[in-house]
Ligand binder design. Sequence first.
Ligand SMILES: Nc1ncnc2c1ncn2[C@@H]1O[C@H](COP(=O)(O)OP(=O)(O)OP(=O)(O)O)[C@@H](O)[C@H]1O
Ligand SMILES: [Mg+2]
Length: 288
Amino acid sequence: MRELDVTNVRFAYEDGTEALRGIDFHCESGEFIAVLGSNGSGKTTLIHLIVGLLKAKSGEIRLGGRRIEDLSAEELTQRVGLVFQNPGDQLFAATVGEDCAFGPRNLSLPEEEVQRRVSEALAAVQALQLRDRAIHHLSFGEQKRVSLAGVMAMRPSVLILDEPTAGLDPAGEAQMLQLLKRLNRDEGITVVLATHSVDMLPLFADRIYVLDGGRVLQAGPSEEIFCQQEMIVRAKLRLPYVSRLMYEMKRHDGVPIDGLPLTIGEARAQLLELIPKEMLGTENGGKR
Ligand SMILES: Nc1ncnc2c1ncn2[C@@H]1O[C@H](COP(=O)(O)OP(=O)(O)OP(=O)(O)O)[C@@H](O)[C@H]1O
Ligand SMILES: [Mg+2]
């Protein structure tokens, strides 16, 4: 089922800055989509239009087939959840538990149900142990997970995240993306995330939209996007490091590589194919 349809959307801020210049974007229910773009390319603006925080100048945004203008604020917040880039823009209650309870309480649910949702949401982001902690005592990474729990407590069918891994250490980044992938795969939640971090994306995103100057430069699966080195550079981005290394080996050293590997696992498999078995050490038995 088509979850989200953005058709020819334009948006300019009050000072005249044209942030989006005709965007087409769509996603199916259950997809994991990455919106990839450099600073100022329009990612946050697009996200804010989708959740109804901003209103498009022209074009149309449909959620589950219905125009967002025709959805009530309640329907919209229950259907789409936005996790802000900066947890400070989102978290405001004194404790973690209270913060996560805010959204469900606004739905006038019985308190028992509110607390059940808070427990489930905190468990989903592996933060149940933080329930009684003061928000302002949490580390940045913990705040990111708690922001996500607050949105999960509303049980949205679409989860939109603005730079969910920005400011996280490498382990935190991997953990956050794995968590999102699990919610996507096991709970069937549609995930749309905005980012300019490329190295881990190929492992997670079903499809990628590359934004540049308020336009979609290219859209497609990771392997189609990251084999277009020139387009990626035009978008002021870079290839994942492992793809870049293989690209240089192919171009400068003539190493015969098909396509471009996107992950270390793919690169390793391709290189092992090129190395005679007898030259490989015995430690791993030359496992291919
Ligand atoms: N409130 C605002 N008023 C005027 N212009 C704005 C405003 N917010 C954003 N812009 C401009 O709109 C364009 C798109 O900004 P946006 O924040 O959507 O980009 P982004 O892709 O999210 O960037 P980043 O990676 O830095 O978060 C930029 O040129 C930016 O300067
Ligand atoms: Mg942004």
